[in-house]
Structure formats: C-alpha cells, structure tokens
Design a protein around this ligand. Sequence first.
Ligand code: GRF
Length: 215
Amino acid sequence: MARLKTAVLISGRGSNLQALLDAAGRTDYPAEVVLVISNLADAYGLERARLAGVATCVIDHKAFPDRAAFDAAVDAELRRSGAELICLAGFMRLLGPAFANAWRDRLINIHPSLLPSFKGLHTHRRALEAGVKLHGCTVHFVTAELDDGPIIIQGAVPVVDGDDEDRLAARVLEVEHRIYPLAVRLIAEGRVEVNGQLVRVRGPSDPGRTLVNPA
Ligand code: GRF
C-alpha cells in the first residue's frame, strides 16, 4: 500500500511532529513523513526529525523580502519533496492566501482550543479567563483566514479546579498527540470529505458518549 506523503512545518519543540513521526513509524500507518521544514534553525523539532531519519530543511523567513517570497520558497521545497499533505505543527508564521489556495484541502493545522472559540494565541489563558468548563484542541483545514478552516476532528478535556495555564496546556497537549495522527490517518484512508466549510468523516463515530464537567 502506498503511504500518503506528508510534510510537517514547525517552529519549535515539535511534540506534535513527534506524535506524527511515532505514528508513521508503525508499518500499518497509512502515511509517512517525507520532509520537516522549520523557519527557525534552532527548533528542537528538527532534531526529532533527524533522529527519525526524516529530511529537514530550514527556511529562515527573515531572509526573504516579504511573506509572498517566503511562502514561494516553502512551496518549492514542498513540491520537490513530493508531499501530498502538509501538516502545520506549531508553525508560527502566517501563510498567505496564494499558498493556502494552492494547497487547499491538502493543508491542515492543529490548534489548541475547541474552534471556533479562542482563535489566535494564548488559548489556554483565555479559556481560563472565560471560565469554560470544557476546552480542547482542533485539527482543521487551513484557509486564508486565521484558524477558520473546515474542522476535521476535535478533542475535549475538562477544566478543573486549580488549573493554571501550564496544567491545562499539558492536558490539552496529550489529546493533541492523539488527534493529529488520527486526523492524518483519516485523510490518508480517504475518509475525509470537504464540502465548503463542512467536513464529513466516513466511518464509525459514537454519538452516545458525552463529557460533562463538573460531573
Ligand atoms: C501546540 O499546542 C499546537 O496546538 C499549537 O502549537 C503548539 C505546538 O507544540 N499550534 P509542539 O511544537 O507540537 O510541541
């Protein structure tokens, strides 16, 4: 079986990249990681990629006159790699509309909130300030609008007494590491259909399960 070729774009520690590398390390997983690109040379995720034997590439955004030129350089590397799906995993640069349109339905991101709540940065702090009882993470297709594309999968966690930003972030991160490889699997298996802003995922899901907090 041909595995779906994915590339992962990072800027930092790369724990979600690690989850994808670990999944791809299993022979029955339907996707492989062919390239990791970072805009920062000291991103720890690059080390993770090297340890997994995956090709890496640093494209320093500061070396380009504008966003479009940077995006074009990223695009060229991705095309050279033969990547069929691009996963943003803590990639801290906005990609412009031309890039988003060129990779439409083949470009996904993981965001640490239950979208459409808490788009943008500092999601855990803002969730605590808002007093929500459930929080979580979302894998979605990327469009030209920030954190706004069609939602593929979400994972929820309770917000509990005594939580601070770090504790809540750690609880969410564990779920990120489960749902990102799962989202890539669903796409690789051809089970994800995009229709405008809506995604339909074919296969079993369980409407009977609820998460109530406080229980
Ligand atoms: C994660 O919380 C992810 O949801 C967000 O950036 C963070 C990246 O963490 N987009 P890591 O680099 O994958 O550890």
